[in-house]
Design a protein around this ligand. Sequence first.
Ligand code: MTE
Length: 320
Amino acid sequence: MFFKRKRGWELPESMATDESVFLQRRKLIKTLGAGPILLAGAAPAAAAAKMVDPTADLYPGPRNETYKLDRPLTAEKDALTYNNFYEFGSHKKISEAAQKLKIRPWSIKLDGMVEKEIEIDFDDLVRKMQIEERLYRHRCVEAWSMAVPWSGFPFRALVDFAKPLSGAKYVRMETLADKETMPGLRQFWYPWPYTEGLSIAEATNDLAFIATGMYGKPMPKQNGAPLRLAVPWKYGFKSTKSIVRFTFTNKRPLSFWQVIQKREYGFWANVNPKVDHVRWSQATERVLGSNKRVPTLLYNGYGDFVADLYKDMKGERLFT
Ligand code: MTE
C-alpha cells in the first residue's frame, strides 16, 4: 500500500506570505516570455538587463509541490544582495563585483570514473533536463538563513546523464577560477578553485538539486550563475556556485573549507542545532531580511528525506 507521510514542512501555502507577490510576478514573467534578465541592484542591473539570456524561456518552470516551506520566502532583493562568493571578495556585498562573471559560453566537464568523459555547453545541458521550481530553505554555517524559490533539475538526472562507473562513490564539484574576472582569487592563501563534494548516495537523493535559476528567472551571477548546487539539509558552503566540472571518484574529495580549517569544517556538514561550530552556537539562525532569530532544525528540517543516508555511519563527523 502506498503511504505518504506528511513531512514537517508540508504546511499550508498561506504560511508563505510573501508568496502572493511572487506568484503575481511569475504570471507576469510568463506573459512576457523570453525576456531580458532582471537583476536587483541599480547600475549592474541596467547593464545586465540589456543581455538576453538564451535560456530565459525555461523560467519559471512548473512548481514541484512536494517541497513546502514553513516560513515566508526571503525577499528577492535580500537574497540577491547578501551573498557569499569568495571569488568576488570575502564579504557579503559582492553582487556588483560579480556582474563581471562571464557566463556565456559556459562549458561543463563530467569526468573521472564515468563510462565516457563528457564536455557539454550549459545551454545544451539545461535543455536536456526538465526544469522545475522548488521552494527550499538555506542555512548558512554562519547562522543566517533564507527561503528561496530555486529553479533547476534534480542532481540525479545529471548523474544519470554522466553514467558513473559502479566503483564511483563520490562526486567532486569545482567552481570556475578566472583571475581576469574574479578579484577574490588574488587572495592567494585560499586553495582555489572552490571545490566541494557529495557522496553519490547524497547526489542521487531526491532533495539534491542543481539550481539554474531563482525567483522564476535564470540564476543571477552573484548567486552562482549559470548553475549551482542546492542541498538544503547541509550548511550552505556545500552548495558550490558557478560549477564547471563534476568529477566522479572513489576517493572522498577534500573541500575548500576543509583545506582551510579542517577543525571547523568537515565533509558531511549536515545541519544540527545541537552541534556547535568551534566558535559559535548553531542552535538558532537569523532570518535574512529581519532581525528575527528562529530555532535551527536537525537536517534543517529535511530529516525525513535524508536521515536514512547516515544511519549506519557510526563514528563519522556528520554535523560540522
Ligand atoms: N561557492 C563558491 N564558489 N564560492 C563561495 O564563496 N560560498 C558558499 C556557497 N557556495 C561560496 C559558494 C556559502 S558559505 C554559502 S552560505 C552560499 O554559497 C551562499 O549562497 P548565496 O550567496 O546564493 O546566498
